[in-house]
Design a binder for this molecule. Structure first.
Ligand code: FES
Ligand code: FE2
Length: 388
């Protein structure tokens, strides 16, 4: 009961910040990063209801390639079928509910690690050893529950929400912004998972703002950003936000390859940085794409799926430059390490008694967009009836 009162107080505070003009807004109260009840609400209202990105499609090319994830408390997996279709299923065995698959990999059939019930990669139950013959006949018709899955420009999104509007319609206004880059053709060269000790929202907020770049990343990406040239969309959208920024000519990564004929003028040095709420973030540059998608494990722990992809002309030009990818990977590992240090420290300091939120800079405008999104989705009264 006490928790309920605390959560509704937090929701009111967030809603007040969401309603204030961007330039008068403050950061969120520190308790939103430390309340179990608030986290439970996030799992139910965000992660079990919105479209969640689980990775790039080109990482699951071959039949049997799979990846796993959790949507709120629901474990799921996506697997490429023999017919080349990617499908998602509940990752819970139909016998005594053991998780079936772990991590990522390739598996032609799915064998439960508990009593070896076996499933095809179309979700059908193929074998249930030592079960009564009569029951077997009935089980033959069983399938793992299917989860909605859509591909949008190379991204795999899944949702438990049967009523959610399609990804394409939710991202309709982002489409013309990213389409000149043709990111669906970018080639995945690095992908891996990490676990960081922080609240997932601290990581989202950190990613969305360029305010910290010249400070935290002054030895890496922060060197290349003329911060004042950062731009935000005029209109706010319910499902995503983004900024565009320019990297100067000295940038190691971020400029169009000479064989790139799609982008012109300043676009050849411009990157788009969308955040698809709640937890999918990427930098789309003329030459590369780097992304994070988050799977909160608990209040202070988050699994991060991280990846780098290259524009096709960059990838083709690599034949004689084998160290390009490993150098780039090392570079972005440094950037990630710089952020890790910050967001893990923030998780500690936001739990302190005297922690209090301060005003946001105009460069943190997307944090305000995120607060508006959270306020809408987490307030059940306003959420009900809206799939946007
Ligand atoms: S729980 Fe899967 S086979 Fe028993
Ligand atoms: Fe950063």
């Amino acid at each position: 009961m006490k928790e309920d009162i605390r959560t509704s107080r937090l929701l009111k505070q967030i809603s007040k910040i969401a309603k204030s003009p961007v330039l008068e807004a403050s950061a969120m109260p520190p308790q939103v990063y430390h309340s179990e009840d608030f986290f439970k609400l996030e799992k139910e209202q965000l992660f079990a209801r919105d479209w969640i990105c689980v990775g790039r499609e080109d990482n699951t090319r071959a039949p049997g390639d799979f990846l796993t994830w959790k949507l709120g408390d629901q474990p799921i997996f996506a697997i490429r079928g023999e017919d080349s279709t990617l499908r998602a299923f509940s990752n819970v065995c139909l016998h005594r509910m053991m998780p079936l698959l772990e991590g990522t990999g390739n598996s032609k059939t799915i064998v439960c690690p508990y009593h070896a019930w076996t499933y095809g990669n179309d979700g059908s139950l193929r074998n249930a050893p030592l079960i009564e013959k009569k029951v077997q006949a009935h089980l033959k018709r069983k399938r793992l529950p299917r989860i909605r899955l859509e591909i949008w420009k190379g991204w795999i999104y899944v949702t438990l929400n049967k009523d959610a509007k399609s990804v394409a319609s939710q991202l309709e206004k982002l489409e013309p912004v990213v389409s000149p880059y043709q990111m669906e053709n970018y080639v995945s060269v690095v992908h891996r998972d990490y676990t960081w000790q922080t609240n997932w929202k601290l990581l989202v907020e950190n990613f969305m703002e360029g305010y910290h770049l010249p400070v935290v990343h002054n030895k890496t990406v922060g060197r290349w950003f003329p911060s004042k040239k950062t731009k935000f969309p005029r209109q706010r959208c319910n499902s995503f936000t983004y900024q565009t920024f320019i990297k100067d000519e000295t940038a190691l990564y971020g400029g169009a390859h000479k064989k790139n004929k799609k982008l012109r003028g300043i676009q050849r040095h411009t990157s788009i940085m969308p955040t698809i709420f709640p937890s999918h973030m990427y930098v789309l540059a003329p030459d590369h794409l780097w992304y994070l998608t988050l799977n909160p494990i608990n209040l202070g722990e988050v699994k991060i799926r991280f990846g780098l992809s290259l524009a096709p002309e960059v990838n083709q030009s690599l034949k004689n430059n084998s160290s390009f990818v490993s150098d780039m990977d090392d570079f972005f590992e440094k950037v990630n390490a710089e952020d890790k240090k910050i967001v893990e420290a923030l998780f500690e300091s936001t739990s302190s008694l005297l922690a209090a939120p301060g005003p946001l800079s105009w460069l943190e405008r997307e944090i305000h967009d995120f607060i508006v999104y959270l306020s809408k989705r987490l307030n059940r009264r306003t959420f009900e009836g809206s799939n946007q």
